[in-house]
Write a protein that binds this ligand. Structure first.
Ligand code: PHE
Length: 353
């Protein structure tokens, strides 16, 4: 019977060698260590063995059982290790392969320009004031001293949300410029202390809308950055100094610029600022339409009526304001020829910035 046990063990171990996967291993366990395996049958047969031989055979059977169990554990570990190795091999990295390019998100070119402009004015002590995009006729025009029949107020130029005629009220419209924010800001600041309103030094960025035929140079929506400084003894010299400094910080120390007289209902006197065309260096080219100059903003001293509408006594306070178009400045900086690129969402355009 001991020989038989030896035989059982040999057969079990040799068939274990052939086992290659978990499923076969489970089957092996049933066949060789399970309830109806030859080994277990030997334990049952012990009953019929003469009493004096029983201990030796019992011990022998137990040793075989332990040997098979140990081999089973060892095989199971070996299979697990082999599986790990296999998966490592399958997923192995070829470190000599060239890297995959990572797609980087980027800011829209206008956003980049606007943030640069914020930085320049922040250094000069201007805070950002956000004002609404949906306005009343009163704020967009009346309080800014637009005369009743000014052409800008007509349907051709303004997108109306609600004509107001049915309500017998103020028309509601999409702001055509950021200037109505001047009134909101001054009113908010002066309301805090009506007898002694604090000085104002803010920029007001945001989207504006006009009822325009979209062309290479005109869009229905565009950003503006408005600037407003109100205080005692503010002069046109402060306006020129601030904007000259802006131009140098934005376009470089060597930039040449000029102020031209202009007209806006809400500033008096009014001007426009040009910088020397940096494409042709003033020689005249298609970008500057052969003039050698590029217009970058409108500006002026805040009209006394506007100061008054904002709660600032024009006998005591003066101020300057300006408004610029960051899309236009970006077009000049990067020589972008078609303003429609800004809203086309074409990666070939956006990826260049
Ligand atoms: N609001 C004017 C425009 O849209 C620009 C401007 C702002 C001019 C402030 C003077 C002062 O053209």
């Amino acid at each position: 019977m001991l020989d038989q046990l030896e035989q059982i063990k040999r057969e079990a171990l040799s068939s274990l060698e052939a086992v290659q996967d978990d499923e076969a291993l489970a089957q092996w366990k049933v066949a060789h260590l399970g309830r109806s395996s030859p080994l277990m049958a030997t334990f049952d047969d012990l009953r019929d063995v003469p009493k004096e031989e029983r201990p030796a055979i019992g011990r022998g059977a137990n040793q075989v059982k332990q040997a098979l169990e140990a081999s089973y554990e060892a095989k199971s570990d070996a299979l697990r290790a082999a599986a790990v190795l296999q998966s490592l091999e399958k997923e192995h990295l070829d470190v000599t392969l060239p890297g995959r390019p990572v797609l980087r998100g980027r800011l829209h070119p206008t956003t980049q320009t606007m943030r640069r402009i914020y930085g320049v004015f922040a250094e000069m002590g201007f805070q950002i004031y956000l004002s609404r995009e949906v306005e009343t006729d009163e704020y967009n025009f009346q309080l800014l001293n637009f005369p009743p029949h000014h052409p800008a107020r007509e349907m051709q130029d303004t997108l109306f949300v609600d004509s107001g005629t049915e309500r017998g009220d103020n028309p509601i419209l999409l702001r055509t410029h950021t200037s109505p924010g001047q009134i909101h800001a001054m009113r908010e600041f002066s309301a805090a202390n009506p007898d002694d309103p604090p000085p104002v030094r803010i920029i007001l960025p945001g989207m504006c809308y006009r009822y325009e035929q979209v062309t290479t140079r005109h869009e229905m929506q565009f950003n503006q950055i408005e600037g407003l400084a109100v205080g005692e003894h503010i002069t046109f010299g402060d306006l020129k100094g601030t904007l000259s400094d802006f131009a140098r910080r934005m376009f470089g120390q060597q930039v040449r610029y000029r102020f031209r007289a202009s007209h806006f209902p809400f500033t008096e006197p009014s001007a426009e600022m040009d910088i020397e065309c940096f494409v042709c260096g003033g020689e005249g080219c298609s970008v500057c339409k052969r003039t050698g100059w590029l217009e970058i903003l409108g500006c002026g001293m805040v009209h006394p009526i506007v100061l008054q509408n904002g709660g600032y006594d024009p006998d005591r306070y003066t101020g300057f304001a300006f408004g610029m178009g960051p899309e236009r400045i970006t077009m000049l900086l990067y020589r972008i020829e078609d303003i429609r690129n800004y809203w086309a969402n074409d990666f070939r355009f956006l990826e260049q910035f």
